[in-house]
Write a protein that binds this ligand. Structure first.
Ligand SMILES: O=C(O)c1ccccc1N[C@@H]1O[C@H](COP(=O)(O)O)[C@@H](O)[C@H]1O
Length: 649
């Protein structure tokens, strides 16, 4: 598809008999340079409660920090309140009535608002997707280059299958604007009957900290179909008032966000029809993917019909709003009746958002097809170089850079004689902590152990490869501990103490040692030694047959590395990649290691199309210390080569 080259100009004129207003005037945003004292911020929050008849009851669900320090969510909300107080007092700011009229004109010119509830329900049995345009966030910082075009990204999302486009418009912490929202709406406005499901234009959500009618009217005037209302910062009376205003004035159905069952009760009491569960606690930024399931269980217990595609009169649409990045996440929520997933960061960071959306398997049949692996489906797991491992990480700074560059696996070496061996358990724990924080998780990643394909090791390893790629994503990387001829007791104890997600066995431990049962369920990458390129001459000695014959169900994946006599890994030497290609052709997905660098990884990917690549010494500034530019280049080169290889596939 062609992305519209000329996104709507910010000075597109809208007129009515009584008003003549430019989009520019409307979307001029608040002045974000003002600084407020903690007292002013607290007073602003108090003011939200003040016009309630019963402040204690209306605000009972609102968060009170034990030490009276405002949470980030409260700080942002209070700042928005004060910024809007200032802005609305400016003589140049449009009045509420002005905005309401401009919204009418927008609808007359560009078509009526879409109902969020209908958009979600119409997708069943497919999970509706809200793809988010987010330039930055308070927890992750900037996630899109400065000049990213909102219109182009919105078009990409829409064509790839998004039904809703969620646009962060908050300027201070998220670097958003109403301009982005208008650009996205106008760029996608004429979409009709796209995709095999004949999708219409996506609904546009203003994702912000909406605290008054004015912000809702702004959203409608700028081209938004709906707004987010966050229960955690709105007293009940205000939530009700804003919801009615949105419905009565614009026929807009808001998305009401909750995080706890108390908040869910408030949303229901207020009459919310579309409820989004934020898996992230916005006061603490703690992520828990089970939050959505807990809310679904509550609705079920209360006998509220919320299930997506229910043949009964569906009272509420339930949506999952954060932390998801892959088809497994989508599937787990589909199973409890959730109808919409909102995905932000992982799409913003995806080098290929179209592929990323396709990989979500929003339609149940796509999920079935993907999980039902056959030996013929190996290509699906190899083409694309799903896994990039950056190994030999010895400090958390390097770990963070590798995560930010998009690695799936972060390797810490525990092998005795390695110059890259991590210096202490404390250091290892810090690295694990950094990687977990980056992926917003507080516990070890779970890699389900499948048994259905146990009779066929090739099929089994293909199935496990899929699980590895779906679980250890660049958004939620895994930590791999590299061991070499060390006892299983030792490995178990290091795994426990450091909190490793995966084990790599890099010695002569044998295939049976790669059984996760030996390590309390932590899965294993089994390294297979391949002679270096300079030593591989005789095809009859090819290690392929030996490997295929020795293959068992024990490992989660096979990693090929160059064997150099007298050395023990991290050799910096390549082997003949043809062997990797042959193994893949026989149905075995492999990770390729050994002597890879930013300069040769594209060649390796193009010629081998491996399931994954692994680098240690090739991206170092000195032994054990990473060169961040080289790490970034390695990731870019391998992902780009994978995309190129896929194109010709
Ligand atoms: O890197 C090491 O020092 C090391 C020591 C002992 C076992 C494995 C080691 N590294 C592994 O070697 C490969 C590739 O390394 P390189 O890119 O050739 O330097 C990789 O799997 C590392 O995990």
């Amino acid at each position: 598809f062609v992305v519209s080259s000329s996104p709507p100009s910010s000075c597109a004129r809208m007129s009515s008999s009584r008003t003549f207003i430019t989009t520019n005037t409307l979307i001029e945003t608040v002045d974000t340079s003002a600084q407020y004292t903690p007292e002013q911020l607290k007073q602003a929050l108090q003011n939200l409660l003040d016009d309630s008849d019963n402040p204690a009851a209306d605000g009972a669900h609102l968060y009170v920090a034990p030490d009276e320090i405002l949470s980030k969510l409260q700080e942002i909300t209070a700042t928005v309140c004060l910024d809007y107080n200032n802005y609305q007092q400016l003589p140049t700011s449009p009045s509420l009535q002005h905005l309401e009229e401009a919204a009418k004109v927008f609808a007359q010119t560009h078509g009526p608002l879409l109902s969020l509830q209908q958009v979600i329900q119409q997708q069943a049995p497919t999970m509706a997707l809200a793809a988010e345009f987010k330039r930055a966030s308070p927890s992750k910082g900037r996630m899109a280059p400065e000049n990213t075009s909102a219109a182009e990204q919105g078009m990409r999302y829409a064509h790839a299958g998004a039904n809703i486009l969620s646009v962060l418009t908050e300027p201070r912490w998220f670097q958003g604007s109403l301009q982005d929202l208008t650009d996205i709406r106008l760029a996608t406005n004429d979409i009709q009957n796209i995709g095999k499901d004949n999708r219409q234009r996506p609904a546009i959500l203003r994702k912000d900290f909406v605290i008054n009618e004015y912000m809702i009217a702004q959203a409608a005037a700028a081209g938004g179909d709906t707004v987010l209302l966050i229960v955690a910062v709105l007293p009940l009376h205000l939530l009700q008032r804003l919801m009615h205003y949105a419905r009565d004035t614009f026929q807009m159905e808001p998305l009401v966000e909750v995080h706890t069952t108390d908040e869910l009760k408030v949303a229901l009491q207020a009459g919310a029809r579309v409820i989004g569960v934020n898996n992230r606690n916005l006061h603490t930024f703690q992520m828990d993917l089970q939050t959505s399931e807990r809310m679904a269980a509550f609705l079920q217990k209360e006998g509220i019909v919320y299930q997506h595609g229910s043949p009964y009169n569906q009272q509420v649409c339930l949506c999952a709003l954060s932390g998801m990045s892959n088809a497994m996440d989508v599937h787990r929520y589909r199973q409890v009746g959730i109808g919409m997933c909102l995905i932000g960061e992982s799409l913003m960071r995806a080098s290929d958002p179209v592929a990323a959306i396709q990989n979500l398997c929003l339609h149940p049949e796509d999920w079935e097809a993907q999980t039902n692996v056959s030996s013929g489906s190996i290509a699906a797991y190899t083409a694309g170089t799903q896994i990039v491992k950056v190994c030999g990480i010895t400090n958390s700074h390097d770990a963070l850079k590798a995560c930010q560059s998009g690695a799936n696996l972060i390797g810490i070496i525990f092998a005795e004689k390695s110059p890259r061996k991590v210096t202490s358990m404390e250091q290892a724990k810090e690295i694990v902590q950094t990687v977990r924080q980056f992926g917003e998780r507080s516990s070890r990643l779970e890699f389900p152990a499948t048994t259905a394909t146990f009779s066929n090791p090739l099929l089994h390893l293909t199935q496990q490869a899929r699980i590895l790629a779906q679980t250890a994503t660049p958004q939620r990387p895994a930590v791999v501990g590299v061991f070499q001829n060390q006892s299983s007791e030792y490995i178990r104890s290091v795994c426990e103490q450091a909190g490793l997600d995966v084990i790599q066995l890099h010695g002569s431990e044998g295939m049976a040692a790669a059984n996760r049962d030996l390590y309390n369920g932590v899965p294993v990458l089994r390294v297979v030694d391949i002679p270096s390129s300079s030593e591989t001459h005789d095809n009859s000695d090819s290690p392929i047959q030996t490997l295929l014959q020795s293959l068992t169900n024990d490992p989660m994946a096979i990693l090929l590395d160059t064997a150099v006599p007298g050395q023990q890994g991290g050799t910096g030497k390549t082997f003949d990649w043809q062997l990797a290609l042959e193994l893949q052709n026989q149905g075995l997905p492999v990770l390729v290691a050994g002597g890879l660098t930013p300069d040769n990884v594209a060649d390796c990917v193009a010629s081998t199309r491996p399931f994954g690549v692994d680098v240690s010494s090739g991206v170092e500034a000195s032994k054990g210390i990473k060169d961040h530019v080289a790490v970034e280049q390695f990731l870019q080169q391998s992902r780009q080569a994978a995309r190129d290889a896929n194109r010709g596939f």
